[in-house]
Design a binder for this molecule. Sequence first.
Ligand code: ZN
Length: 354
Amino acid sequence: MATIETEELPKAVLHEHLDGGLRVETVLEIADEVGYRDLPSYDIDELRTWFHQGRSGSLERYLEPFVHTIAVMQTQDAISRIAYESARDLAEDGVAYAEIRFAPSLNMAGGLTREAVLEAAHDGYQRGMASGDITIGGTIVCAMRQDKDSAEVARAAAASMHVGVIGFDLAGPEAGFPADDHLEACLIVREAGLGLTIHGGEGDGAHSMWRAIALCGAMRIGHGVHVADDTDFDGTEISHLGPFARSVRDHRVPLEVAISSNIHTSSYASPEVHPFGALYRNGFNVSINTDNRLMSGVTVSSEYALASESFGLSLDDLERITVNAIEAGFGDYRERSRIIDDVVRPAYAAAGVQ
Ligand SMILES: [Zn+2]
């Protein structure tokens, strides 16, 4: 099969962390501006290499760089700049629709309120979208599951819908921190009409996804790859679905899969044994996501290419995955429909999909 030029195709990303996608130049420039002295290097190439060493295969090492990216995201100017650059970098990569998430509680060390943090991100996205080549569907507000402030975060998210907040997420360590510990937060955001996605089935098993879906009402699942635990998966194919896996498939629960990130945090040794391909072939609603472009050293195009090469996906498959992702979005439905009809379909048709 010929290699697919994924850079040229319109793509969608639903699971992308703002604090995991900074430009290395920007980390250095803001660190200089705000007097942050704790970066592991002030040489751009060395620092880039250091960030990418998060790919070493331990979750701890993967998470270490966030201390530094978050340290340079403590003013409205910095957050707006980073949101702007994120939108531009995704647009340059051919992304037509993106939803970006982060935890505003981590951006308050400089005295900002959560609402001011979310307003700054919105300002950056608006500027990044001005040329019309990308739609940032909005911000997904994360609460950290190891922290106790999820209800407060949920209230800030609900109060910030006028500045582009479209959803809520529980992020952070999964094992030992069940989603339903944050039931109040989930009820607040659902009552407000926000979308609810929860990291699950990443660092813990299918039972953690079940709690997120059945107990908290999650509409999508971040990662969700351990749904394969409730199947007979031999590393290549799924031969039998358990009742939970069947419900996830048949109810079309969108799974925001990030293949490289899973490999870098040690869930899987290589793409060949990752369940993405088998889940897709069995009809699960999987999308292709970056999670953290900086720490994983990936782009949306490179993740599309990795999925295509590892699992033999055709152009037709990539189109279907892109459309499914945009349909699973939390942003304005009319705008998402426009992107599918006017951007995605024509471009894939021109590239050879019949
Ligand atoms: Zn994530």
